[in-house]
Write a protein of this length. Sequence first.
Length: 202
Amino acid sequence: MRVGYVFLVALAILVGRCDTSSTKAPQGRANFFRSIETEGRLLRDDEVAGDEERTRGAVASKIDELVDPATLDAAMKDITTMKALFRRWSADAAISEQVISRLSADALTFAKYKYLVLPYNGYREGARIAAQVDALVDPKTLNAALQDRRKMTDLFKQWNAEEVIAMRVVERLAGDPHTLKLYSPLIQWFNRYRFDGIEITS
């Protein structure tokens, strides 16, 4: 009887240890994989942060190059060099803004380089207008307007949104014999729309 009791107690202890071991093993594995996942996430975050830091460094280095005093002085002395520099400045919008910010950072710097900053602002505005005009005189758009009076009216509203845009559109279409021949009806209708307030009806 005593032997049987001792045997049962020993068996219960052994089973308990096995259960504890089997419980700890999955928990240990889970903790291990969680640790790996966390480490991987941290490495990815570090990699992203490193990429961003390198990008910022590259941009700063590029701006330093574009506002190098020797480069700026050369541009102020020669219009061709100035235009070439403006093209480099305007190649990227973010860099363009930072270049202007750098040259306008204080009164002394701006006073020294205002004959670059002010013409460049005009250059940027000209580029903006040219890009808009390019889109507004796309042949597909023009041909569609010739075929559909509603589309013609919509196009005229876009042309007439800014006076400078309206003038550039007409200059672009009338300045080439080929486009003038193709789109003279649009020019005539647009002038009536602008100056006489005539609505385009079907």
